[in-house]
Write a protein that binds this ligand. Structure first.
Ligand SMILES: Nc1nc2c(ncn2[C@@H]2O[C@H](COP(=O)(O)OP(=O)(O)OP(=O)(O)O)[C@@H](O)[C@H]2O)c(=O)[nH]1
Ligand SMILES: [Mg+2]
Length: 498
């Protein structure tokens, strides 16, 4: 009796929660905005700048609610999900503004609720809208998203594809050690924990090596091998693909059977809950990419970035798999693909960068056969670390960018101390964008993996410290400078404040 009573109250409570959730939703609408991208792409900096500019009334001429003075205030509120870590906004902003340091890498999911009080532009909407919008911002690793395709793949498929990717010229040398280790094991031998661990560690080391700066390759699944979160060392993360598997059922008790079971556990306990609890509840999505890094590494890295964006977009395609159709409770209607760090280029190149991202996103949309949401692109800098100027060199006047390179950064043999401002000529992006995608071009054929360090990259890429913020006479720091962040805001939330 007692237990059925609990069941009843639990159920009633869930029903009530849902009802009251709906009711509050009516009076104070909320919008769930997903922010994703591969590691180091710029998610944390983007969210910090997004929130900071709204709270502090930053200069946002392309964000119409702000421009027309209709935003009364924006402030942080308690987030709706108790079990998700909070996005540590205050820490990130303190690092950026006070210490002029970039925030630490975050590597897991986090959430923040920003509430905006505004006045609608039309008298009609003013009568019906609450004048409040809560934006729930969810920051999560793109690596985790790239796991979705695993749901439709058996362990044998996963293994075969992993080996196919590993022997491609861009990865062959990096995967060498793992492949030889795999070749030496017998998948039919008795399952052995140490063998499983050695293979898993070697496989993870190969996946990590692909991400190193000079390769700049995008990620291969399983995403948690790179971003384990709290699952590090669990059996669901201790498996690896095996070579040359047939479709025949693995012998029970064999190494293959063990690996297969763990692969299935990874899907059940890691991939599915993540999608159900987080991805299917999103309304809008921004995918942050580091296109400059890929451009610098050459067409192979660009092709790889395009593959990752294609797979990411495919995850948001409604009705993709039975699993997702069952769970999508909301529908994502807008997706923004944003190339950040545009402040590494002179403004003359910003439109070119945007054109490159447009091409990449268009191809990804076509390849993912994606419909159902508006996809837009932007080249932006969430935090602008540089200013612009010109330098005379002989008769020529060169456009330069001026900033404080991070301690230890090097240009032409000079190493910076993290305090000295310097002007650098960043280089131009090519006018004809075909070349940057052309994996059959001479640039790529000579060197399919990556540029040699002695080759001149497209852009001279130095990492700068965050900017020094101006203070007013009253000692108030002004908002964080940016490039086209307002355009991103307008696309992502502008229509909800109209
Ligand atoms: N100049 C400049 N650098 C940026 C900008 N955004 C990000 N960066 C650089 O990119 C690095 C990574 O940015 P994060 O925002 O931490 O990236 P993330 O996607 O959150 O990375 P993880 O938390 O590791 O997944 C920063 O440490 C900066 O060096 C920007 O707008 N301008
Ligand atoms: Mg982060």
């Amino acid at each position: 009796m007692a237990s059925s009573l609990t069941t009843f109250t639990d159920e009633a409570k869930i029903a009530l929660d849902t009802l009251s959730g709906r009711a509050t939703g009516l009076f104070s609408p909320s919008l769930r905005l997903g922010v994703t991208g591969l590691s180091r792409a710029g998610k944390t900096v983007f969210i910090s700048a997004f929130v900071h500019n709204l709270i502090h009334g930053g200069r946002l001429p392309l964000f119409s609610a702000q421009k027309s003075g209709r935003i009364a205030r924006a402030f942080l509120e308690e987030q709706p999900d108790d079990a998700v870590p909070r996005f540590q906004y205050e820490d990130h902003v303190a690092a950026l503004v006070n210490d002029r340091l970039w925030p630490d890498s975050t590597r897991a999911i986090s959430e923040l609720r920003l509430t905006i009080e505004y006045e609608s532009a039309s008298a009609w909407s003013r009568m019906f809208s609450s004048g409040r919008l809560s934006v729930d911002i969810v920051d999560y690793p793109g690596e985790w998203l790239l796991d979705l395709p695993l749901l439709g793949k058996s362990y044998v498929d996963f293994s075969r594809e992993a080996f196919e990717m590993a022997v491609l010229p861009v990865r062959a040398d990096l995967s060498q050690e793992w492949r030889s280790l795999s070749a030496a094991v017998d998948q039919n031998a008795d399952a052995d924990e140490m063998t499983a661990r050695r293979l898993a560690e070697s496989f993870a080391a190969y996946l990590k090596a692909c991400k190193l700066d000079e390769r700049a390759l995008s990620t291969l699944p399983p995403g948690r091998f790179l971003m384990p979160g709290d699952l590090e060392g669990s059996p669901a993360l201790t498996f690896a693909p095996l070579p040359g598997l047939s479709e025949r059922r693995a012998r029970s008790g064999s190494l293959q059977a063990m690996m297969e079971r763990r692969y299935e556990a990874y899907k059940t306990y890691v991939v599915k809950p993540f999608f159900r609890e987080h991805i299917t509840r999103l309304d809008r999505q921004i995918v942050v990419i580091d296109a400059l890094q890929a451009l610098n590494a050459g067409p192979g890295a660009m092709a790889d970035l395009e593959r990752a964006v294609t797979e990411i977009l495919a995850c948001f395609r409604p009705g993709r798999s039975n699993f997702l159709t069952d769970f999508f409770s909301r529908r994502i209607d807008r997706i923004l693909v944003a190339a950040t760090k545009a402040d590494h280029l002179h403004h003359e190149s910003h439109d070119r960068l945007q054109a490159i991202v447009r091409r990449l996103a268009d191809r990804a949309v076509a390849r993912a056969n994606f419909t159902g949401a508006d996809v837009d692109v932007v080249a932006l800098a969430a935090v602008r670390a540089t200013s612009e100027g010109t330098v005379k060199q002989g008769r020529e006047t060169l456009p330069v960018i001026i900033g404080t390179p991070l301690k230890g950064e090097k240009i032409n043999g000079e190493t910076f101390d993290g305090r000295t401002e310097t002007a650098i000529f960043p280089g131009d992006l090519p006018e004809k964008i075909d070349a940057v995608f052309d994996v059959s071009g001479p640039d790529h054929r000579q060197n399919p993996g990556h540029r040699q360090s002695n080759e001149d990259p497209a852009i001279r890429f130095v990492r700068f410290r965050p900017p020094k913020l101006e203070r007013t006479a009253e000692g108030v720091t002004l908002s964080l400078p940016h490039i086209r962040l307002d355009r991103a805001l307008q696309f992502l939330i502008g229509d909800h404040l109209a």
